[in-house]
Design a protein around this ligand. Structure first.
Ligand code: ATP
Length: 446
């Protein structure tokens, strides 16, 4: 049998250890949907918390927002999504499969996987037609077009429509940004590569408003800052790149767009787009809503429509990059060790506490340490099975430290602290334990 690919191993680990499960699995699943299990929900939350901390709470020039997922339909007419948010779809009349016309070269013919769709003699591909990716639904009890709405395909529009509310209710002054994290929905023609392209996912977006004269400078600043964010969280330089869009790739209103891309096991894929959007969005919403969304600078006495820089990231897609980067297999004393080397800020559990055996007061002493640490960071208590196996389970969960309470603990109040990556062990006095963990994990890990 062929050795499973890295992606197959990762998907299997995610299911086995409770990171990510296929959506609605007991009913045969629902393509393009995924459920985050006990470890996955912590990992995803840590990614979002790190983003929120670094982009909102630790800055003076960004405020947060949480807009409704279902919005007035006119929002999507103004943004252009109702007409333009489409992918080109082709059907194969023979095997009834669907493909994105622009991805034929990377797709396989289901009948002849060594060929692209359309190459096998039996293939009968239709002409490409436009397929709108927005999910439709209805507000109220009667399914008529007057009440038709969409599940938002991005969080950004919720920010633009609240631009004036934020200006009027806070003391923000240009340049400033509004940030939002939330669910987005796209009826992707071919959801694939695990959670990379799903139909329901989460985004982390900032709309940064500035004076038109300063916008190129802000664009460059955001592009570089966002790239560095992923590096700081452990994505290696060789697996990460910043790709500036060529002129012919840019939307008509954009003077610059860059993608932060990660080298996934199947190739490079976008994690985040940083776009200079000019005044396009605010002007569109001014036109469609009839409301004035211009900005008055009371120092220069100038009124203008701000320009916007938009760093738009995928939270769930970033989780996949962090999972791929963390995954490592190594040989330790003739045995295979699988370890998830998450950055400490992202690790779902920061430390695991083990009594060496379930007697001689060890469980009681362990519980005291566990309860004490629990007030400061996410920790896990495990008293089942041989200690070596408990280490291996925590390696797979990506837990940076394991703390073992043994017979010596009762005599000299020390415990063994074992580090995930080096597997080095040291004895530490219990009263120094919290200080050691906080120092080694960094202050942003609680
Ligand atoms: P792609 O070209 O991969 O479809 P996009 O350019 O349409 O992505 P944007 O509209 O710029 O993506 O969305 C911003 C971010 O949202 C992307 O960089 C990605 O991280 C995330 N994202 C977009 N579509 C999906 C999806 N179907 N599943 C998971 N994440 C997504």
């Amino acid at each position: 049998m062929a050795e499973p690919t890295l992606m197959e191993k990762l998907v299997s680990l995610c299911k086995r250890r409770g990171f990510i499960f296929p959506g609605s699995e007991i009913y045969g699943g629902l393509n393009g949907t995924w459920d985050y299990g006990p470890l996955g929900v912590e990992l995803l939350r840590n990614v979002k918390n790190a983003w929120w901390h670094d982009n909102v709470t630790s800055r003076e020039d960004i405020v947060g927002l949480d807009a409704a997922i279902i919005m007035n339909r006119t929002v999507w007419q103004a943004s252009g999504h109702e007409v333009n948010f489409t992918d080109p779809l082709v059907d194969c009349k023979t095997c009834k499969s669907r493909f994105r016309a622009d991805q034929i070269a990377e797709s396989q013919c289901p009948k002849k996987p060594s060929m692209n769709p359309g190459q096998f003699k039996e293939c009968q591909l239709t002409e490409a037609r436009k397929f709108n990716l927005m999910f439709k639904t209805f507000v109220g009890p009667v399914e008529e077009s007057a009440t038709q709405v969409y599940l938002r395909p991005e969080t950004a529009q919720g920010i633009f429509v609240n631009f004036k509310n934020v200006l009027d209710s806070t003391r923000v002054k240009l340049p400033f940004g509004i940030a939002q994290i939330g669910k987005a929905f796209r009826n992707e023609i071919t959801p694939k590569q695990f959670i990379f392209r799903s139909r329901e996912f989460e985004q982390m977006e900032i709309e940064f408003f500035c004076h038109p004269n300063d916008s190129q400078q802000w664009y460059a600043k955001w592009r570089d800052e966002r790239f560095k964010w992923y590096q700081d969280l452990g994505l290696k330089g060789s697996n990460l790149r910043l790709r500036e869009h060529a002129k012919d790739e840019l939307s008509h209103y954009s003077t610059g767009t860059s993608d932060v891309e990660y080298q996934f096991p199947w190739g490079w894929g976008e994690l985040e787009g940083i776009a200079h959007r000019g005044d396009y969005d605010l002007k569109q919403h001014m036109q469609f809503s009839g409301k004035d969304l211009s900005y008055y600078d009371d120092q220069t006495k100038e009124r203008f429509v701000p320009h916007v820089i938009e760093p738009s990231a995928g939270a769930t897609r970033s989780v996949l990059a962090f999972l791929c980067e963390a995954y490592a297999e190594e040989e330790v004393e003739g045995e295979k060790r699988l370890v998830m080397r998450f950055h400490p800020r992202l690790a779902p559990v920061k430390a695991a506490i083990f009594p060496l055996v379930n007697k001689d007061g060890m469980p009681e002493r362990s519980m005291v340490i566990y309860k004490d640490l629990q007030r400061h960071m996410p920790v896990f208590y495990d008293d089942k099975g041989a200690v070596g196996r408990r280490y291996r389970r925590q390696d797979e969960a990506g837990t940076p430290f394991c703390i073992t309470i043994d017979g010596q603990t009762a005599q000299d109040q020390t415990v063994t602290v074992r580090e995930r990556d080096s597997m080095k062990q040291q004895r530490v006095s219990t009263d120094k334990l919290l200080a050691l963990l906080t120092e080694r994990l960094g202050s942003d890990c609680q």
